[in-house]
Design a protein around this ligand. Structure first.
Ligand code: GLN
Length: 482
């Protein structure tokens, strides 16, 4: 069984045809993890025993002919998604021994499907970063070149899928954390429409930006996972109701044939060979019958500046709950203020502390108008750019395309001492989180660096509820790359 090529679609067929059992499939994954994960470090913890039990239960369901799309499919789960009774640390010392007391809604749905949970994957602490180097438990390596980062913050999940250490994975995306590591590792990553997937049981980073999404080897696989985790959840007050979701989707069911390209925006620091790969994919889509035209997104170049105010503001608020009393680490001290201070000083890593400081500053009484409120206003302008670009009554486009990242995977250590260089890696991914629209990264060839071929991603944005548009164009990108 060649796990590096296996897809969920193929495994589903083979499991239902009885060619192998879910237990055999799971054992094969556990063997490969034991052999290869020492080097890659995609996992923070592997749950071999419970995975085997889940696989056996799945086999019983399959034998009764009652399998669902993900029954018996071995998946990896990012370490910020809660599974009852399991450690969920968000790759932070402060939650190193914290055990979840309930299942995230997405986990409940996957359990209901009889999916197999292989383990929890490495990430940047509290989903802050772009390389998985901010993990308190050491970096993950890119399977295509182990001297390079897998991207972040869902670097463990993307590397696991790319290296054949899981058939699919869950990640979370606040400003690119599913798409950018998927691009760096050569797999498909989906950031759903804000509200399409419940955030209940996701350890919050920046609540107005966070979304759980799927990672798979193919568009079909990313979609298969998304289809099972989506849907209204009364426990998430920002969850879209099925009815409102249905309405947006129906209004978008035109033939998606026009792709907009924000040309001027793309020039900002993009590697020439990444741009060339991007252009080749556009050319292939044109040959396949798409109309490619320029779009103006005049406020989108402000996305990074806006994101790096709103993200720290919300992060500083969300992380206030880690006080040494309610969750995880607690450092003893003489008085309560010292318990807070010592716990947070020992428990949080440098990037997390930086976000808390910046966030507290931009929200402070004297500066909130100049920074936080201004950023929120510009966020509305960015949202407006997308509404106009997609407006069918104004000759709008069906989708927008950019490279996922301006560069291929960079070296471990290359940007870790320069926060601004690390933030700049998010230039093409943060706009959609600010606007709440969905986006996907699909592999589109490679570029050569130091004798290695490194994957690059083609990113597609669609209007609210437009995941179908992403899947149909994404499959055409796959065809053009094969
Ligand atoms: N790189 C971005 C950040 O550091 C995005 C992270 C994410 O999507 N979780 O905030």
């Amino acid at each position: 069984m060649d796990l590096s090529k296996l897809t969920i679609a193929e495994a589903r067929r083979a499991l239902d045809a009885g060619e192998y059992s879910a237990l055999e499939l799971t054992n094969t994954y556990l063997d490969v993890i034991a052999k290869k994960d020492g080097e890659i470090h995609a996992y923070l913890e592997v749950w071999a025993d419970s995975a085997r039990e889940e696989a056996k239960a799945a086999d019983a369901v399959i034998a009764r002919g009652e399998s669902k799309p993900l029954t018996g499919i071995p998946l990896a789960i990012k370490d910020n998604i809660l599974i009852e009774g399991r450690i969920a640390s968000a790759a932070s010392k402060i939650l190193e021994n914290y055990r979840a007391s309930y299942d995230a809604t997405v986990v409940e749905k996957l359990k209901d499907h009889g999916a197999v949970f292989l383990g929890r994957t490495n990430m940047d602490e509290f989903a802050l970063g772009a390389s998985t180097e901010n993990s308190a438990f050491g970096p993950t390596k890119n399977p295509h070149d182990t001297s390079r980062v897998p991207g972040g913050t869902s670097g463990g999940s993307a590397a696991a899928v790319a290296a054949g250490l899981a058939l699919g994975a869950l990640g979370s995306d606040t400003g690119g954390s599913i798409r950018q590591p998927s691009a760096f590792c050569g797999v498909v990553g989906l950031k759903p429409t804000y509200g399409a997937v419940s955030r209940f049981g996701l350890i919050a980073a920046a609540s107005s930006l966070d979304q759980i999404g799927s990672i798979g080897k193919t568009v079909a696989d990313a979609r298969a996972i998304f289809d099972e985790i989506r849907g209204y959840d009364k426990n998430d007050s920002t969850s879209l109701t099925d009815a409102s979701e249905q309405r947006t989707v129906n209004s978008k069911q035109r033939h998606s044939r026009t792709i907009g390209v924000p040309r001027t925006f793309l020039k900002e620091g993009t590697d020439p060979d990444v741009l060339e790969r991007f252009q080749q994919t556009l050319d292939a889509l044109k040959t396949a019958g798409y109309e490619i035209k320029d779009v103006e997104l005049p406020n989108v170049p402000y996305s990074l500046a806006v994101y790096y105010i709103i993200n720290p503001a919300e992060v500083s608020t969300n992380l206030a709950r880690f006080d040494g009393i309610r969750y995880g680490l607690s450092v003893p001290a003489d008085d309560i203020q010292s318990v807070y201070a010592k716990t947070r000083a020992q428990g949080f890593g440098p990037e997390t502390r930086r976000r808390i400081l910046v966030g507290t500053f931009v929200l402070s009484a004297g500066y909130a108008d100049a920074y936080y409120r201004k950023a929120r206003s510009v966020r509305e302008l960015i949202r407006g750019d997308f509404v106009r670009a997609f407006d069918p009554s104004a000759d709008g486009v069906d989708a927008i395309a950019t490279p996922t990242s301006p560069t291929p995977a960079f070296k471990i250590g290359e940007k870790s001492s320069d926060p601004l260089a690390m933030y700049a890696a998010d230039i093409f991914t943060v706009p959609v989180n600010l606007a709440g629209v969905p986006a996907i990264s699909v592999p589109s060839g490679t570029v050569a660096r130091e004798g290695k071929n490194l994957p690059v991603g083609f990113q597609i944005f669609a209007p609210h509820g437009g995941e179908e548009v992403l899947f149909s164009i994404g499959e055409d990108v796959e065809k053009s790359a094969s």
